[in-house]
Write a protein that binds this ligand. Sequence first.
Ligand code: HEM
Ligand SMILES: *[C@@H]1O[C@H](CO)[C@@H](O)[C@H](O)[C@H]1NC(C)=O
Ligand SMILES: *[C@@H]1O[C@H](CO)[C@@H](O)[C@H](O)[C@H]1NC(C)=O
Ligand SMILES: *[C@@H]1O[C@H](CO)[C@@H](O)[C@H](O)[C@H]1NC(C)=O
Ligand SMILES: *[C@@H]1O[C@H](CO)[C@@H](O)[C@H](O)[C@H]1NC(C)=O
Ligand SMILES: *[C@@H]1O[C@H](CO)[C@@H](O)[C@H](O)[C@H]1NC(C)=O
Ligand SMILES: *[C@@H]1O[C@H](CO)[C@@H](O)[C@H](O)[C@H]1NC(C)=O
Ligand SMILES: *[C@@H]1O[C@H](CO)[C@@H](O)[C@H](O)[C@H]1NC(C)=O
Ligand SMILES: *[C@@H]1O[C@H](CO)[C@@H](O)[C@H](O)[C@H]1NC(C)=O
Length: 401
Amino acid sequence: MSPFYLIFFVSNSIFLLSLFSFTIHAHRCTENFWSETLSRNLTLCKRYRHRNGVEFGWKIENTTQTLQVIVGARLESETGWLAWGLNFGPEPRMVGTQAFIGIKQKNGSFLGDKYNVTEYIKIGCNLLPSAIDLNVSKLEFSSLEHIQYHIIEATIHLPQTANISNINHVWQVGKNASGMEPKIHEKTLKNYDSAETIDLHTGEPISIRSARRRHARIAHGILSIIGWGVVLPIGVIIARYFKKGPIHWNEHDQWKYAHKACQACGYIIGATGWALGMWLGNSSKHYSFPKHGAYGISIFTFATLQTLALRYKPHKNDQLHTYWSIYHLALGYALLSVICVNIFKGIIILQEEDTWKPAYIAVIACLFFIFIVFEIINWIKFKVDKKKTDQEMSSNGTSYK
Ligand code: HEM
Ligand SMILES: *[C@@H]1O[C@H](CO)[C@@H](O)[C@H](O)[C@H]1NC(C)=O
Ligand SMILES: *[C@@H]1O[C@H](CO)[C@@H](O)[C@H](O)[C@H]1NC(C)=O
Ligand SMILES: *[C@@H]1O[C@H](CO)[C@@H](O)[C@H](O)[C@H]1NC(C)=O
Ligand SMILES: *[C@@H]1O[C@H](CO)[C@@H](O)[C@H](O)[C@H]1NC(C)=O
Ligand SMILES: *[C@@H]1O[C@H](CO)[C@@H](O)[C@H](O)[C@H]1NC(C)=O
Ligand SMILES: *[C@@H]1O[C@H](CO)[C@@H](O)[C@H](O)[C@H]1NC(C)=O
Ligand SMILES: *[C@@H]1O[C@H](CO)[C@@H](O)[C@H](O)[C@H]1NC(C)=O
Ligand SMILES: *[C@@H]1O[C@H](CO)[C@@H](O)[C@H](O)[C@H]1NC(C)=O
């Protein structure tokens, strides 16, 4: 085993992670939904695959500003609901949405109504049918048994003040309702991302902010995993096993340089990811992930302390040296476990459980395997050495007899 092995390992894990990271965001509708759209003479279709799996087909008439829409999704739970609406406010967001909501009833029928989603809903008031600020001439809720979809169909006469090239539309899927009252949806990224400003002529999103956010999230995840989750632990392994053994790499203190290089790289990569995460947290006005953020801040803080501590390392002969070593070691291992926990939290938030999670588990398993193997080798060596000295002792004893 040599440093080459480590380089191979690092590049391998980077490759694995990047392989899984760039999930394709296709905007084409499913065949089934597209044929439903066509059969209603609608011309455009958009599918939000990673955002609740809602599909949206429509047609816009330029002169009369008439918008015909069909919105569909698969509602799995017994009393699931599907909402879609327009928000004439300045932002694509939940509060202010003039919505249609279809709700699965316990007896199997799919009933719907109009809902004015106000700020009071967000703080917990019941969401009940009401008048809305849209001129609607057709509104139907139904289920398409052959494709197991529930759909909302509507014809809306947009006010002349609306800008067709710049419309905020909002959708949502919930799992629970009682009667005609939808209960709160889940609080995951796909529920928070379910709003967009689009050009109704083309279906293209107007603001590239949401696309940039998605890229930033992925970059944040990859940098954090590689920096905190891969390179730092490798540095720890180097410090523990390359100093005295099983790998002797200390003729010229190489292990020390390798350890410091690993920790510096890991720290820089991780801190970059952390900064991106801070930016993401600050720019998401309408939602937050407080626990993940708090863990992130403490990881950054203690990693910084750990780095700074190197400058105040007492001399070997100093009495404080032992205490310093214990502190450095304990904080290091505590840090590694918090990092592990927070990486899993982040993977759950990003909803990459199917892709990143196995990759990261594989990385941890590799590191843990190396750790165990080195521990066993050290232990065997210790036993052998002990036996040797014991033998020497007893043989010296007999020779003196
Ligand atoms: C049933 C009652 C509802 C409740 C109690 C509720 C509650 C909430 C809360 C508390 C948040 C923010 C979470 C956070 O800051 O951590 C949120 C976000 C969001 N909700 Fe709802 N919601 C409801 C229904 C709806 C409906 C019907 C829609 C769609 C028409 C919707 C769309 C959204 C969107 C797009 C977000 C992302 C943040 C934003 O745009 O403000 N919600 N919801
Ligand atoms: C779609 O358009 C065709 C041809 O213009 C017409 O015959 C048909 O009735 C229309 N279908 C619907 C659902 O409007
Ligand atoms: C409606 O207007 C847009 C731009 O204003 C144009 O690209 C589109 O072709 C028009 N559609 C029709 C059916 O006239
Ligand atoms: C199902 O229940 C709703 C009330 O919750 C009622 O309005 C509707 O008619 C019922 N549908 C059937 C098919 O029984
Ligand atoms: C919807 O709710 C908002 C906020 O309470 C209110 O200002 C608005 O008039 C309501 N819209 C309708 C059509 O009732
Ligand atoms: C709704 O739209 C239709 C068709 O454009 C129009 O005839 C009607 O006057 C509108 N109603 C309201 C209240 O604006
Ligand atoms: C409508 O939105 C487009 C795209 O944002 C913008 O270029 C245009 O100036 C807007 N038109 C009006 C009348 O506000
Ligand atoms: C659905 O909402 C009802 C009424 O608030 C509640 O009693 C029930 O536990 C909820 N079910 C689920 C699966 O959350
Ligand atoms: C045993 O004797 C050898 C030489 O005979 C010596 O080098 C070694 O230090 C001795 N070991 C102990 C434990 O006295």
